[in-house]
Design a protein around this ligand. Sequence first.
Ligand code: PLP
Length: 378
Amino acid sequence: MPSHRNKHIETLAVHAGQPVDPATSAIATPIHLSPTYERTAEGTYPHGFSYSRDDNPNRHALETCVAALEGGERALAFPSGIAVAAAVLQAMKPGDHVLAPEDVYHGFRRAVSGVFDLVNLEVSYIDMSDPATVEASIRENTRLLWLETPSNPLLKITDLAATTAIARKAGILTVCDGTFATPVLQHPMDFGVDMVAHSSTKYLGGHSDVVGGVLITGKDNFIFKHARRSQRLGGAVPSPFDCWLTLRGIATLPCRIRLQSTSALAIAEYLDQHAAVEQVFYPGLPTHPAHDIARQQMSMFGGMLSFLLKDGAEKAIRVAAKTEIFVRATSLGGTHSLIEHRASTEGPLTRTPQNLLRLSIGLENTEDLIADLDEALR
Ligand code: PLP
């Protein structure tokens, strides 16, 4: 991986962790399903693999690749994006305090309340887009700042440089969930973030055919060490086939996310001038409150956007019911464009506005997507 350091992201996406197979000269990385590896008569493991939960060639390849994409030292692959958050939170002690965004991906809150409820973990959900609020919310027992930018589903932007400077001063480690941005559009570590998390179910895998998550670190630290234990000793491991699928998806990530970003910007601009639309949330629009910060820390603005309908929840649900190309489904980052009434998915405790629709822009033609929305908005 260090030899890849001076390469561009398109090259890394194809080559990092994926050498031509030395055993067969196959270009496509082989899938190794074996849970166990033979020892030599002397008791060594010549290829470094002994038992698949500890490590296996496909997970190793994926971890090497995503570490290179983020410009990190090491990465860990998990069986889902939320398993990354769980592994990070497992590094907290009872009584520790965590700061997270108020509109954090709703599964994060559900994990905190449903899995860590017996641990006496204090989590404050705050407006992470305001560094002054972050500073004022830090306590003596704060051990982790969990960031998510752009956020799901309100596309809020965290000022990474300002926020991580505050965390560093207080000696607190930061993790940034960069799922919406991908390593192609945003490198949180360049702005002082300690670790980056992705749900690789989304853009990294990119084809809606695998669930996974990754955690990348710049330097080893107590949270990453504990997350590694959670993976290997706690058994939070993705299958070799899932790692293979994710890695295959990553090869086309740079092309996909740029196309999706271009399309999403055009769709955001279209919705922004539509009479039925109250507000559009997309960091690429100059009217977004953090557009300037987004421009500093992202090279493009991603394939996700949400918007509010003037005529309330009923209209939002009607619009989602009428689209023909946009598929009514949760999740994001795949080839198919998806439309979602997010509040219904999140359930009765949702904080998401009832008149909000979230769009994940896929790889279809932009004009076709706009025509589909135009018809549904009538
Ligand atoms: N982070 C973000 C921003 C997400 O949108 C999601 C899922 O939608 C997750 C994490 C959780 O990922 P997974 O569904 O792979 O567990």
